[in-house]
Structure formats: structure tokens, C-alpha cells
Design a protein. Structure first.
Length: 174
């Protein structure tokens, strides 16, 4: 009986590993292999614990479906959430600000890049604080987070964003 149990666990681990390998080959730029393997093993254990023989299906297809579904959701989450690095202009030196963003944020970054380009080519219209505030707000920072970063109050941040919006809307006719 123990040998049969050991063989089953070995088979489960082997199936989970082979499915994880397929996912890793396709999405390696988004994934850490050990984390992916851990997710696959977790799904396999859950499948083993929730399998119901009375439902008229064999265990192996059920196991494969559970592991695949878990990894699909895991990969989607990893693709949607990426860490981006933004260099913030500073009087003394450039500082790096890290913020997790979604794919939607990245798609919106095209517009952000256009506005950044406009702001950089028209630096006479914007202060260094304006540029920093715009970058941080575009990355999803709250007024409070921005104010703390630049050592100003939230009203200053609000006024800066209003000024930026006004200049951009006048230039682009928005």
C-alpha cells in the first residue's frame, strides 16, 4: 500500500512538473521557475484532496486540469502585474521610484509618454517638481505619497497637477 501511495505521489509531482515546464517555456520572462513549480505542486495537492471518484472521471485528467487552471490564473496575474522603474527628475540627482502597475497602466503609458515628451520639450513651462509630480501620479501614487516624496503638502501637488492639466489642455485643445 505504501509503495502504491509513493508511486501516486511521484506521478502527481511528475505531472505537475511537466505542466509547469510547458508554462515556463512560454512565459519565462514573466515568471520565476521555483514559484511556478510551487504553484503547480499546490494545485496538485489540492486536486488530490478534492478528487471525487464518484463523478465518473479518472484522476489524471482531473489533476492536469486543476494544475493547468491554477497556472493559467497565476500567469495571468504575473503578466498583469509588472514592476516598472521610473527615473524621477531631481535637482541634485535622479532618484528611482518603483511601482507595480497593471497592463492597463502600461497601455495608458503611451499617452503618458506623449505627455512626458511634450513636458520635456517644453521644460520652460514646467518646474522639476511638476515633472516629478506628473511621473508619480501617472504611476498611480496618491497625492499624499507624492507630497511626502517631494517634501511639500498635498495642496501643492494638487495645484501642480491642475497647472499641468491646464497647459496640456490648452496645447492639445482637450
Amino acid at each position: 500500500m505504501k509503495k502504491k501511495q509513493k508511486d501516486l505521489e511521484s506521478d502527481i509531482k511528475s505531472i505537475a512538473t511537466s505542466i509547469a515546464n510547458v508554462f515556463y517555456k512560454s512565459y519565462k520572462s514573466y515568471l520565476n521557475y521555483d514559484d511556478l513549480l510551487h504553484e503547480a505542486y499546490e494545485a496538485a495537492i489540492a486536486a488530490k484532496n478534492t478528487f471525487d471518484e464518484t463523478r465518473g472521471t479518472s484522476f489524471e485528467p482531473y489533476l492536469k486540469a486543476c494544475v493547468r487552471n491554477k497556472l493559467i490564473n497565476y500567469v495571468k496575474k504575473k503578466i498583469k502585474t509588472r514592476e516598472m522603474e521610473v527615473i524621477l527628475p531631481d535637482d541634485n540627482n535622479d532618484s528611482v521610484f518603483r511601482k507595480e502597475v497593471t497592463l492597463e497602466d502600461m497601455e495608458n503609458s503611451i499617452l503618458v509618454k506623449d505627455i512626458e515628451h511634450f513636458m520635456m520639450t517644453h521644460q520652460d513651462l514646467f518646474s522639476n517638481d511638476d515633472l516629478t509630480i506628473f511621473h508619480m501620479r501617472a504611476m498611480g501614487s496618491s497625492y499624499k505619497e507624492i507630497a511626502e516624496k517631494i517634501n511639500k503638502n498635498t495642496k501643492y501637488v494638487d495645484n501642480s497637477l491642475r497647472r499641468i492639466k491646464k497647459i496640456i489642455s490648452e496645447r492639445f485643445g482637450i
